[in-house]
Design a protein around this ligand. Structure first.
Ligand code: FPP
Length: 253
């Protein structure tokens, strides 16, 4: 698996881009509006960013829409977010299919209202054979939960198959995560510089980019700026700079 794709515009898009969409509440408050209107405007930014990612050649996009900790928010806001997810999936399903976007909701879906669970099942089934880009919407997701869940499943398999624990590899865990592939670039909008329990295992070697732009204002220019930053990084994966350069020359031959 390669970790990036060359695009026609000369930018090298990350193969797997992950985004922590932050700043909806502050965007709304700055305009004297309810927080919910920030989330609604945030949904428009989601649409913009998905189509820009397809254009740039990103193969996998994972968006943090609702963390396991977000249930602690006021009930009014949580309910509005659930309604927004239902509406967004209902409105966008056909577009996702038309654009070849395989859509998955990753996280503990069992806690969602049944209407949302059935919308999720529909869009996942509808788009399951799409190949242009994979869109993972992380909802009721936490990185530690993902690793715990994978570990539980691995333990069950080991007990069933009599596997020796000493024979286990990192890949045995990776393959049981909700999101399997490594993240190449992780962006957080809204000015904070934290990972907030997102894709902890998968972002072990991700480049991190923090943008001050509040999520509802996020657009193509912001995304290109982040990818330019990504293109300027030397990804060493534990090697020395000289080793990376020698490997690059070898690959170019
Ligand atoms: C963080 O901003 C944002 C969220 C917790 C929700 C993200 C949801 C959307 C963008 C809505 C649509 C999503 C989809 C997938 C259709 P915040 O509320 O924490 O902002 P703040 O830090 O300014 O308070």
């Amino acid at each position: 698996m390669t970790d990036s794709n060359i695009t026609s515009g000369g930018l090298t898009a990350p193969r797997h881009l992950a985004i922590i969409m932050d700043g909806n509440g502050r965007w709304a408050q700055a305009r004297g509006k309810q927080r919910v209107s920030g989330h609604k405007e945030g949904a428009n930014a989601v649409r913009r960013v998905i189509s820009e990612c397809v254009r740039l050649g990103v193969k996998e996009l994972t968006l943090f829409a609702f963390s396991s900790e977000n249930w602690k928010r006021p009930a009014l806001e949580v309910n509005a977010l659930m309604a927004l997810f239902v509406e967004a999936i209902r409105k966008e399903s056909k577009n996702l299919l038309k654009n070849g976007i395989k859509t998955r909701i990753v996280g503990d879906k069992s806690k969602f209202p049944s209407i949302l669970q059935s919308q999720i099942a529909k869009v996942e089934e509808l788009t399951k054979d799409c190949e242009v880009m994979t869109l993972n919407i992380a909802a009721n997701y936490g990185g530690r939960w993902d690793v715990l869940n994978a570990s539980r499943n691995l333990l069950k398999d080991c007990l069933a198959n009599g596997t020796n624990p000493d024979d286990l590899t990192e890949d045995d865990i990776s393959q049981r995560l909700n999101v399997i592939s490594n993240v190449d670039l992780m962006i957080r909008t809204g000015g904070e510089q934290r990972i907030s329990n997102f894709l902890l295992w998968q972002s072990a070697y991700a480049e991190l980019y923090f943008s001050k732009t509040l999520w509802p204002d996020y657009g193509a220019d912001d995304l290109i700026e982040a990818i330019e930053f990504f293109n300027g990084r030397e990804r060493r994966f534990g090697m020395t700079s000289a080793q990376v350069q020698a490997k690059g020359e070898l690959n170019a031959d």
